[in-house]
Design a protein around this ligand. Structure first.
Ligand SMILES: O=P(O)(O)OC[C@H]1O[C@H](O[C@H]2O[C@H](CO)[C@@H](O)[C@H](O)[C@H]2O)[C@H](O)[C@@H](O)[C@@H]1O
Length: 376
């Protein structure tokens, strides 16, 4: 397997509107509704954008607020205040319909194609909880993922380090891309269908030279944030998470200054933000989107039209993968969120329980279509 070089520039980026590919699933331009609906949709877009713009100044208290849907909502309400909750959600759902509601449309698009599943972990397979070490997935979710992996090549793509996410998922037959895709490994055992990828020995660590620096910055961040009650620093091997979910909001400014202060001494590291968490990571151009492309290539689907990647995720870091699908004009991006958010995903699911339902429906649909084929 050829390893893509780190820092591959994105070429041929085109919006869906500019390059409408027949058979693609992105529902853009959005279906036209009543004029009032369009006005509401525009207001939602504006509000989402305001939240995102705030979030662009990584590390500030405003961006910390924006990383919590409830805080973000309050901030957006301050900005416009013209859209009621129901109208806001309804307009957003027009642009990002439920993947369950549009299930038939999604599977119809897979005709003649191989589905490859990409699943984020936190907030997608497991509910968000206060303690990152207690983010367990349910046994029923594990069974659903196991069933999906029997039918389709399946990868877990997480911000956590690979060992830790494997410790939660515990399924040896999957691909794992830990540390936001910077640590990729194939299945320990594999069915003959996936033997090709195994034979090629999938394993990729584009940020290995950063290991000593990440170790060092982890120690520094633990030390610097020690005096801030509730702050938790997590070593994710090729990146570090600094959690503020359990930090009193009055201390957020102090925490953000502490993190930024340490980072100033490490220009080769950058700061991004997830759900109530700062993510410290190498400046290399590698993210969940690049990991998705790497895995597709590993599975023999580079530049193929006969593949349908399905990516399900809930966080900002998953947007890199949604953008890749959008750029390729191929695949299904599904955002897990109860709240309207600016996203490049096409569809939505509200919570991990709906993700499980979607996975189980996919398995059932596959079983039925196989049975139908046998009868023909
Ligand atoms: O890419 P992911 O698998 O979604 O990982 C992103 C981060 O997830 C974890 O933090 C998030 O979930 C925690 C448990 O529910 C929650 O307490 C925290 O507020 C969330 O940000 C994980 O602990 C981080 O290291 C990952 O980067």
């Amino acid at each position: 397997m050829a390893k893509p070089s780190v820092g591959v520039s994105e070429v041929g980026v085109s919006s869906q509107a500019a390059c409408p590919c027949p058979g693609t699933l992105f529902p853009y331009p959005p279906p036209r509704g009543a004029a009032a609906g369009i006005v509401v949709a525009a207001a939602v877009r504006r509000k989402c954008l305001q939240v995102e713009l705030g979030a662009a100044c990584w590390g500030g208290v405003e961006s910390m607020r924006a990383s919590s849907p409830t805080h973000a909502k309050a901030a957006a309400a301050l900005a416009a205040g013209v859209v009621d909750d129901n109208g806001e959600r309804a307009a957003w759902m027009v642009r990002h319909p439920s993947a369950l509601g549009k299930f038939e449309q999604i599977v119809a698009a897979s005709a003649g194609k191989r589905i490859v599943m990409f699943l984020d972990y936190d907030g997608t397979l497991s509910p968000i909880v206060d303690d990152p070490d207690a983010a367990f997935m349910s046994e029923t979710m594990r069974m659903a993922v196991r069933s999906v992996a029997k039918h389709f090549p399946t990868a877990i793509v997480s911000g956590r380090c690979r060992d830790k996410v494997f410790g939660f998922v515990k399924l040896a037959e999957l691909y794992y891309a830990g540390s936001h895709g910077m640590d990729i490994k194939g299945p320990a055992k594999t069915s003959s269908r996936h033997a090709k990828a195994k034979a090629k020995g999938v394993l990729f660590q584009p940020a290995s030279e950063f290991l000593p620096m990440i170790e060092e910055v982890h120690e520094r961040l633990v030390e610097t944030t020690r005096c801030i009650p509730g702050a938790k620093v997590e070593n994710n091997k090729f990146c570090v998470s600094v959690h503020f979910r359990r930090v009193d909001e009055k201390m957020w400014g102090e925490l953000s200054e502490a993190v930024k202060g340490v980072l100033r001494e490490y220009p080769k590291l950058r700061l991004t933000q997830g759900r109530m968490v700062f993510e410290v990571r190498p400046t290399i151009k590698w993210d969940k989107g690049k990991a998705l492309e790497f895995l597709l290539e590993s599975l023999g689907f580079a530049d193929c039209t006969n593949v349908l990647p399905v990516y399900i995720g809930d966080d900002r870091t998953d947007e890199d993968a949604f953008k890749v699908l959008r750029r390729r004009g191929q695949g299904v991006g599904i955002l897990v969120s109860k709240h309207p958010k600016e996203t490049s995903a096409s569809y939505s699911l509200q919570e991990p329980a709906e993700v499980m339902e979607f996975l189980l429906r996919l398995v059932e649909w596959k079983r039925l279509s196989r049975a139908r084929l046998r009868l023909q």
